[in-house]
Write a protein of this length. Structure first.
Length: 264
């Protein structure tokens, strides 16, 4: 999942700066200039210059947004089809930012350990080869796991991840059959979820051992996903959070039946 234009502008940094500046302006005016205005008989303490008035109005709002976005929940938009059928292009999702540890904005330093990814989680992370980009994939391999992908089937530590019988895939927006695509179910850890397979696409067989402190991520659209099978492992410090639910879908129109869906 690539970043939006706001992430390209480093929105977290902009938000931190805006919050700090507005709070500083408000504080300086309240402690320094407001008493001087009152002592000089130029109105009451509540009568402020326009810049101080704006700072007082915006600071609480910016602070709430900063806290919510940095430590609790952050919205993301899905721009690609790598997680079909679980997530569609145009899904707006909410990500739990404290699922894998509380981290400071901008510098991403973990200040509180609150949990670790579990096999089967749908996780957002900063792309290892370009941390400015946010990606979303499913956690397949935990530190120390041996992951084998053979004949379009996953093997975790030598155990085959069983797949259900293939069913034709219907486009959920148009309800049309997608040529060559089938849906199957697999269970990773405690999570049973759908994957999309293109039967005629060539298999990419490989074996990977996940290093300590890293995770192996794969998209649910198994034959059309740029994931760990191509670029490797995700360091723990690149984790952003766990995708929880879809709060809106917009891709030229609203798909009402997806609103509020839990991501599994």
């Amino acid at each position: 999942m690539e970043s939006s234009w706001t992430d390209a502008l480093n929105f977290p940094l902009i938000l931190v700066i805006a919050t700090f500046v507005s709070g500083l302006v408000w504080l300086v005016d309240a402690l320094v200039f407001a008493p001087k205005r009152l002592a000089a008989g130029r109105g009451s303490v509540d009568e402020q210059p326009i810049i101080a008035e704006y700072a007082r109005s915006f600071f609480p709002v910016l602070l709430v947004v900063l806290v919510l976005r940095s430590f609790l929940f952050e919205p993301f938009r899905i721009p690609s089809g790598s997680m079909i059928p679980t997530l569609l292009i145009g899904d707006y999702i909410l990500v739990n930012k404290f699922a894998y540890g509380v981290r400071l904005p901008v510098v991403h330093t973990k200040i509180l350990d609150t949990g670790e990814p579990e096999r089967g989680d749908v996780a957002v992370f900063r792309f290892p080869h370009d941390p400015r980009l946010d990606y979303i994939k499913r956690v397949v391999g935990l530190p120390g796991d041996t992951i084998e992908y053979r004949d379009k089937t996953l093997y975790v530590n030598g155990t085959e991840v069983k797949l259900s019988t293939a069913e034709p895939y219907l486009n959920p927006i148009t309800d049309d059959l997608v040529a060559g695509a089938t849906v199957r179910q697999e269970t990773l850890g405690e999570v049973t979820h759908d994957i999309l397979v293109y039967e005629q696409a060539p298999a990419r067989d490989q074996v990977d051992v996940v290093p300590e402190g890293h995770y192996f991520m794969v998209g649910d659209n198994r034959d059309k996903s740029n994931d760990g099978r191509f670029w490797g492992f995700v360091p723990e410090e690149n984790l952003v959070g766990k995708a929880r639910f879809i709060w809106m879908h917009w891709n030229g129109g609203i798909l009402w039946r997806r609103l509020g869906d839990t991501i599994r």
